[in-house]
Design a protein around this ligand. Structure first.
Ligand code: SAM
Length: 168
């Protein structure tokens, strides 16, 4: 029998999901007790939003999304939904949330890795000023921050499938 060495799309998908959950759980634990809200960038089906809303009881979770199309169980309340393109809503959020967010999760990409990387480069400077001191940013894509420091991944996360950054 030949050795199985190819990483399949199924492998990549599972690695991303497992890593997303491990990184989110670690970041939630590390930011528990903070006052600043939480931002979810990209609602999609709402799976990660649902996970965060169930696990985060001490802070509001605001969702940034251009078009809500989530599962009914995973749809944020209207007052917690910031509708529009993040290229416009993130800069506008700076005056609304002067203390920033204690935790920001971004999962805005699609299937094209090059496009995701270009988009991550473009929105990194829009996300960076929104993270509070000692806040954590979890992303499915590598980000390009000036001052935020990349953190070691928690157990169970697969390198390259999820990233964690901290403002020190
Ligand atoms: N994490 C979600 C989940 O668990 O179901 C999946 C998020 S999905 C991969 C990406 C979402 O980001 C889509 O709903 C898309 O509409 C949103 N999105 C992508 N680019 C955006 C932009 N420029 N502004 C606002 N939302 C955007």
């Amino acid at each position: 029998m030949s050795e199985q060495t190819t990483t399949t799309r199924l492998d990549l998908f599972i690695d991303r999901m497992v890593s997303q959950r491990a990184c989110l759980d670690a970041a939630i634990t590390q930011t528990t007790g903070r006052n600043e809200p939480v931002f979810e960038l990209g609602l999609g089906n709402g799976r990660t939003f649902h996970h965060m809303r169930e696990r985060i009881r001490d802070r509001d979770v605001y969702v940034f999304e251009r078009a809500v199309a989530s599962h009914p169980d995973s749809t944020p309340a209207e007052h917690l939904t910031i509708l529009g393109d993040v290229r416009e809503t993130l800069p506008a959020a700076r005056s609304r949330f002067p203390a920033g967010a204690s935790l920001i999760h971004a999962d805005l990409g699609g299937h094209d890795r090059e496009k995701n990387d270009a988009f991550a480069r473009m929105i990194s400077p829009l996300i960076e000023p929104l993270l509070a001191i000692n806040g954590l940013m979890v992303s499915s894509d590598r980000m390009y921050f000036d001052a935020l420091e990349e953190q070691p991944l928690p157990e169970g996360a697969v390198p390259g499938r999820c990233f964690i950054y901290r403002r020190t």
